[in-house]
Design a protein around this ligand. Structure first.
Ligand SMILES: [Fe+2]
Ligand SMILES: [Fe+2]
Length: 164
């Protein structure tokens, strides 16, 4: 099991609230973000299982795949900033995926709500990048930022498909 950094939240929900309140993350905060992003893939996959709509499923799985990519980019930023290895965990190794985790309700309304959190994710990463003095690490966060808005737009598309 990948360790939760010292003093960091013990559950995914609390971890989410913690990182959303930050404008300049520490290396430990970035480790929490690696765990959250890696968990994101599993959350999207679980959500995709809740639909029979092939196109909706594909959009959710694509978002999930990119969340794991985000986790890897944040790991790379940690390496640049501190020299530490903190690889993105598989679902089995992710301490935020032990026990039950929240599943998004697969309704148009639920997808639109999740889209809002994705657009907020773009703003969060952009703020972090703006406040980061290392340009290489900041560039990695900016790549994640833009893709969070892509996620939001895919979710809005999926919501429209469910209503079609
Ligand atoms: Fe992400
Ligand atoms: Fe996302």
């Amino acid at each position: 099991m990948t360790p939760i950094p010292n003093g960091a939240p013990q559950t995914l929900g609390e971890a989410f609230a913690h990182i959303n309140a930050l404008s300049a993350p520490s290396v430990d905060d970035l480790k929490v973000m690696v765990l959250i992003e890696a968990a994101g893939q599993t959350l999207y996959e679980a959500s995709a299982e809740g639909s029979d709509h092939e196109e909706v499923k594909a959009l959710l799985i694509e978002n999930g795949h990119e969340e794991m990519k985000h986790a890897r980019r944040v790991s790379a930023a940690i390496k640049i900033l501190s020299g530490e290895d903190f690889p993105a965990p598989t679902a089995d190794e992710n301490p935020y995926l032990t026990g039950d985790f929240p599943r998004a309700t697969l309704t148009a309304e639920g997808l639109r709500k999740t889209a809002e959190t994705e657009f907020a994710g773009d703003k969060l990463y952009t703020t972090w990048a703006d406040n980061m003095s290392n340009p290489e690490a900041a560039a990695l966060l900016r790549l994640n930022a833009g893709e969070e808005s892509d996620h939001g737009n895919r979710l809005l598309k999926a919501a429209a498909l469910l209503e079609a």
